[in-house]
Ligand binder design. Structure first.
Ligand SMILES: [Mg+2]
Length: 350
């Protein structure tokens, strides 16, 4: 196979955190994997240094090693061959963000070769739609309320609101007042609260009927201390989900938020979800401001995983390019693309 990469920088139309240091461009690396007869599969690496600490340069270096491995391998024609190819790339460089692109491109290639969607290859026919949440940044309360009302009007039954700024209380109050009691509201602090003040903050915000606090404090020890102090408040891990799985000794909170990029692709995400559930966690899936290929990959994986909560995969609108028709949520729901592979109509975006 011949593997090539291309780096693109996509402008954020609506940065989730307008504070200093937030990225204005979202770099993505497109991986093209060409079979000897010219059939091509595509994948995407979505490192986001401000979120996962992985630079574009680091991901490109890993993909260079993977390209060298893939060039030596025959095209996999079945899932066992895919797993062998991914395992060879893991040996060359285990960086999950780059492996995700390899895994995705291999699934895409097999799907195109066989005329099947990836969820069909994974044994799922006619999957039901995946329920999504809309995401609201750490914006001023009035703006958050307007975005919440707009998301409700578009049919979303769940919202994720970014918190971790001095006006969290006002923002959540404005959102709850705007959408009424039925809407699920998740609060995502991105690990920004310290363990001493976090219990007090959670108690103060829980009055707005918060579905789940995502990564309120950073790290396993702080999370365990928090959930022991507040056993009735639902907490999930996002940035620390991988550490919770690697630790693997005990369940620290209610749920884990899994991502194609952090889990090393579709295969890795499905394996991580199974492991998470063995440990007692609920599971849901989100994007790392992924492009259409990453979102499609997450949806195919979600058809297997069947997430327990609303998924954060309605994020393409945050990037300043038209959302492909196949990936436009309807009433807060979305179907994995029909295929073949990851789906058609996604590549023009790149
Ligand atoms: Mg998060």
């Amino acid at each position: 196979m011949i593997a090539t990469t291309r780096l693109i920088n996509v402008r954020l139309s609506d940065p989730l955190r307008p504070a200093a240091g937030s990225p204005q461009l979202r770099p993505l690396i497109l991986l093209c994997l060409k079979a000897p007869d010219g059939l091509v599969g595509h994948g995407e690496a979505a490192p986001l240094e401000s979120y996962d600490g992985i630079s574009v340069e680091r991901a490109l270096a890993a993909l260079d090693r993977h390209r060298a491995v893939l060039t030596e391998l025959p095209e996999p024609t079945h899932v066992a061959g895919l797993r062998e190819a991914v395992a060879a790339c893991v040996t060359a460089d285990p960086l999950p963000q780059a492996l995700a692109a390899v895994d995705m491109a291999l699934w895409d290639l097999i799907g195109r070769r066989t005329g099947s969607s990836i969820h069909e290859l994974l044994g799922v026919r006619d999957p039901p739609p995946i329920a999504l949440n809309a995401t609201i940044g750490a914006v001023a309360p009035a703006e958050a309320a307007a975005e919440a009302a707009s998301a409700q009007h578009a049919g979303f039954a769940a919202l994720k609101v970014k918190v971790g700024t001095p006006d969290d209380r006002q923002r959540l109050k404005a959102v709850r007042d705007a959408v009424g009691p039925e809407m699920l509201i998740r609060a995502d602090a991105n690990g920004s609260w310290d363990r001493l003040t976090a219990p007090e903050r959670l108690r103060a915000l829980a009055r707005f009927d918060i579905e789940l606090f995502e990564e309120p404090v950073h790290g396993l020890a702080a999370t365990e201390a928090l959930t022991k102090a507040l056993p009735d408040v639902a907490v999930s891990l996002d940035e620390s989900a991988g550490a919770a799985l690697a630790d693997g000794a005990r369940q620290l909170c209610t749920a884990l938020c899994l991502k194609v990029s952090a889990s090393g692709g579709i295969s890795g995400l499905i394996a991580d979800a199974a492991r998470a559930r063995e440990l007692g966690y609920e599971v849901y899936i989100a994007s790392t401001l992924d492009g259409p290929l990453g979102i499609a990959a997450a949806l195919h994986a979600a058809d297997v995983v069947r997430p327990d909560r609303h998924c954060g995969l309605a994020t393409l609108g945050r990037l300043d390019r038209p959302v492909p028709a196949e990936l436009q949520p309807v009433d807060g729901l979305i179907l994995a693309p029909a295929g073949p592979g990851l789906g058609d109509g996604l590549l023009d975006w790149y």
